[in-house]
Each structure stands twice: as structure tokens, then as C-alpha cells.
Write a protein that binds this ligand. Structure first.
Ligand SMILES: Nc1ncnc2c1ncn2[C@@H]1O[C@H](COP(=O)(O)OP(=O)(O)O)[C@@H](O)[C@H]1O
Ligand SMILES: [Mg+2]
Length: 233
């Protein structure tokens, strides 16, 4: 199998003062290129931490992450930023749009970092794809949560990522907007062959992906690809 993400014995311990908090313990999985994958689990179980480590936003305490052939633990901060810019789209739980930039400018940022051509025209196309071309000159505060989420998806796709991570992409949205965002993620995933990795509370959404893992207390307690897991989804 052509693997795009390999996670091996991944452990993350946060240190605060004299206390250590281990939030991920020996997590293992491997994801095939072009597939979709979801991570479910209770609040505080380590889902966002796991996504951040897989995307190279943060460093593991021990274990390995191999992202599209790059062994992340061997890279420094700048090298990881370069790997992210070349390979990764990330839709944050709280969008993380830059407040001083318009919708269009937010989408343009990853392309500018890559010093690409036709940035403006291509960003407008992406905004059109998410149904927001007419809002291109609006600032994040002038947009609803659902609209900000769609801008953040357009931005995540603007470097044509091999792999897209989305942290609870429908978590803050009403049902109708959720459906639109879901359709968008899956159609962009199919059209561009992008591997999709979602964190979600929505089991209906999770069931639409090729594979589901459940995390509890920082450990994988269910993997739809394995038979010998403790609990059912
Ligand atoms: N930077 C941090 N420093 C210390 N503890 C953290 C940090 N980030 C997350 N945590 C803790 O790690 C645990 C897992 O958090 P998180 O990965 O955000 O879980 P989830 O996304 O599943 O809700 C929580 O107990 C949280 O408080
Ligand atoms: Mg989270």
C-alpha cells in the first residue's frame, strides 16, 4: 500500500510546572494515500493534539510520524514548516483566519509563501468553489461561522495539498451548512485525490470515511480496520 501518513508509537507529554500530563500514549496507524480517515473520541481525549502532531504543527515526545515520506521528528521547525507548506492543508477547529486580511487575502497566503503565479485569480476560483466569491473583500469578522469555515477550507486547499487535516470541520455549524461543508470536503477530496483526515463528533460524518479510529485517554481503543479492539464504535 502507498502510505501517506505513518504514526508509530506516538506519545505526547505536556509539561506544566512540575506536573507531566501524558495526552497520547503509543498511538499507531498508517493511512493509505487518497483515502479518508476519521478520528472520534470524547472531548479531551487527545484528538487535536494527534492531528497537530501528524501535520507537523507540534513535536512528539517520542515515537515517529512519517508524512508523505518525511520523518517529522528528524526535522527542525523551519523544515517542518516547509513540509507543511508543500504537503498539508489544515482546517483548524476555530478557523484561525488572519483578522487583518480579507477573505481573498487569507486564501492567498499559502500560495504567496510558495511564490506561485496567478495567485489572485486562483484564489478567487477557490472562493467561488466554496460559494463565497462575492464575499472576497470581506474581513473574517464580517462573515458568519459557516462562511469563515468555508474560507478556511478554501485556504487549506490553496496549496493543492496531498493531505488535508480538518479538526471538527462541522462542529460549530448548523445542519444545512454542515452538509455543504461535508459535500465540499468530500468532493474536493475526490477531484484532487487529496487524503482527508477528519476529527469529528459526528458519527454520521465519520461513517462516510473509509476508516475510523476512536481515541480515549490518549489511546486508540477502536480501529475499524482491526478486529482485536476493545470496544465498538
Ligand atoms: N499546550 C497544552 N499544554 C498542556 N495541556 C494541553 C495542551 N494542549 C492540550 N492539552 C491537554 O491535553 C488533553 C487533550 O487535549 P486535546 O488534544 O485538545 O483533546 P481533544 O481535541 O480530543 O478535545 C486535554 O486534557 C488538554 O487539556
Ligand atoms: Mg479538539
Amino acid at each position: 500500500m502507498a502510505s501517506i501518513l505513518k504514526v508509530q508509537d506516538l506519545t505526547k507529554t505536556y509539561k506544566s510546572g512540575s506536573k507531566n500530563l501524558t495526552v497520547l500514549k503509543n498511538v499507531n496507524f498508517e493511512i493509505e494515500k487518497g483515502t479518508s480517515f476519521s478520528i472520534v473520541g470524547p472531548s479531551g481525549s487527545g484528538k487535536t493534539t494527534l492531528l497537530g502532531l501528524c501535520a507537523g504543527l507540534d513535536r512528539a515526545s517520542s515515537g515517529k510520524v512519517v508524512l508523505n515520506g518525511h520523518a517529522l521528528e528528524t526535522l527542525n521547525e523551519d523544515q517542518r514548516a516547509a513540509v507543511r507548506n508543500q504537503n498539508v492543508g489544515f482546517v483548524f477547529q476555530n478557523f484561525q483566519l488572519l483578522p487583518t486580511l480579507t477573505a481573498l487575502e487569507n486564501v492567498m497566503v499559502p500560495m504567496e509563501l510558495r511564490k506561485e503565479k496567478n495567485i489572485r485569480a486562483r484564489s478567487l476560483e477557490l472562493l467561488d468553489r466554496v460559494g463565497l466569491a462575492d464575499r472576497h473583500d470581506h474581513y473574517p469578522t464580517q462573515l458568519s461561522g459557516g462562511e469563515q469555515q468555508r474560507i478556511s477550507i478554501a485556504r487549506a486547499f490553496s496549496n493543492q495539498p496531498e493531505i488535508l487535516f480538518a479538526d471538527e470541520p462541522t462542529g460549530n455549524l448548523d445542519e444545512e451548512t454542515s452538509e455543504k461543508v461535508e459535500e465540499l470536503l468530500f468532493s474536493l477530496n475526490k477531484e484532487a485525490g487529496t487524503t482527508l483526515i477528519l476529527v469529528t463528533h459526528d458519527l454520521e460524518l465519520a461513517n462516510k470515511t473509509n476508516r475510523i479510529i476512536r481515541i480515549k485517554g490518549g489511546q486508540v481503543v477502536f480501529d475499524s480496520e482491526l478486529a482485536n479492539t476493545e470496544t465498538s464504535i
